[in-house]
Design a protein around this ligand. Structure first.
Ligand code: PLP
Length: 394
């Protein structure tokens, strides 16, 4: 056996800082209530991205079973060889129409889509501007690509403008998420659109936490803001509210054709199973015809945020991701553990996922949470913080 103690040493160092991570196994279907391996009883789940509670919806399972009967399971090749099947095309057409774009392309994951987009499209001589809290996949794509990139703070009104005004770059890209995954807030999309127009930039919007959740038909933040036409390229990851996995990139036909020819994460990988597309199509049917799920999500978010405010716990943002800032990683881990013992599963989010000193509980709301479940979480949190004796620091 080779000697891997150099890795063990690093893991031990992480553990000492309270930053070691390990996997927890869920032994039930996903929903507002789950069971965990090695933990007694049921846990009320407040840290999934299953915002519309569709992950175990029987209609989606039924659509998958039907598709498997017709199409079998595997796609058996990459999309560019013999793996493009009718269901891939149907899903892409339907997404393009929903998002009001000329064309759309399915990727195996949101990570792959973002990485591919930012690695492939911007060229040497271009400038890519990323929000400081943009997802790791966007940062990795920009890092791997040949354009220069800079990061801006969405709360610093002038930095992005200064970066855009610089002479030199051939093309400028502005890249933002629509609901920030760790902060639960949204960018000022109207301002980004205005800047994009003024500086002739290309605007890329990652709707990971908004697709299905916001907008009259659930098409996301851009739809909610009436700005869908102004967004050049929309990324719609399918693993959150849409309850599957993979991601759609939607935009001008030429962008999609270019990705088909150049995006390594699209070209050199096996096509997703056709039944997977059937699952997403079924989820889209539900999202588009049951706006009441979005309304319940918004109502539950308001209830949770209202209760936290009453308790004096500050949770920035307005959206269904509710960050409760706790400072140190150790503290976040301890409170998360205490909550689990009381029957609530809320994972602690630590550096490097969030900046040092801003470890937090990232509470995420689902459409199918009940009032009792939400109130119960707040009461448990209140007790824990009171026992801890430092409510003032929250
Ligand atoms: C989850 C997420 C992704 C990655 O999507 P996956 O399909 O899970 O790989 C990309 N962007 C944001 C903002 C995300 O939250």
């Amino acid at each position: 056996m080779s000697d891997f103690t150099f890795l063990q040493d690093q893991l031990d160092a992480l553990a000492q800082q309270g930053l070691a991570r390990s996997l927890r196994t869920v032994v039930s279907a996903q929903g507002p209530v789950i069971r965990l391996a090695d933990e007694p009883g049921e846990k009320i789940l407040f840290c999934s991205n299953n915002y519309l509670s569709l992950a175990a919806d029987p209609r989606i399972g039924h659509a998958v079973a039907e598709a498997v009967r017709t199409w079998g399971y595997g796609a058996a090749a990459s999309r560019l060889v013999s793996g493009t099947m009718e269901l891939h095309r149907r899903l892409e057409h339907r997404f393009a129409a929903w998002l009001g774009k000329e064309a759309a392309l399915l990727f195996s994951s949101g990570f792959a889509a973002n990485e591919a987009l930012l690695r492939t499209l911007p060229e040497r001589g271009d400038l890519v501007l990323l929000d400081r809290m943009d997802h790791a996949s966007l940062i990795d794509g920009a890092t791997a690509g040949s354009a220069r990139f800079r990061r801006y703070d969405r709360n610093d009104g002038s930095r992005l403008e200064r970066l855009l005004a610089r002479e030199g770059p051939r093309r400028r890209y502005i890249v933002t998420e629509s609901v920030f995954s760790m902060d639960g807030d949204t960018p000022d999309l109207a301002r980004l659109v205005e800047l994009k127009r003024r500086h002739d930039a290309i605007l890329i919007l990652d709707e990971a936490h908004a697709i299905g959740c916001l907008g009259p038909t659930g098409a996301g933040l851009a739809e909610a803001a009436g700005l869908l036409d102004e967004i050049d390229i929309v990324v719609a990851p399918l693993g959150k509210a849409l309850a599957a996995s993979g991601a759609i990139v939607a935009g001008p036909r030429v962008v999609i054709d270019y990705l088909v020819n150049r995006a390594r994460a699209f070209i050199y990988t096996t096509a997703p199973p056709p039944a997977h597309c059937a699952a997403v199509l079924a989820a889209m049917d539900i999202v588009q015809t049951e706006p009441e799920r979005r309304h319940r999500l918004a109502r539950n978010t308001e209830r949770l945020r209202g209760r936290l405010a009453e308790m004096g716990l500050s949770a920035p943002g307005r959206m269904h991701i509710v960050p409760i800032l706790l400072g140190s990683a150790d503290r976040a881990v301890k409170i998360s553990r205490d909550l689990l013992d009381r029957g609530y599963f809320v994972a602690a989010i630590r550096p490097p996922t969030v900046p040092p000193g801003t470890a937090r509980l990232r509470v995420s709301v689902q459409a199918d949470h009940t009032d009792d479940q939400i109130d119960g979480l707040c009461d448990a949190l209140h007790k824990i913080v009171r026992e801890e004796g430092c409510a003032g620091s929250l």
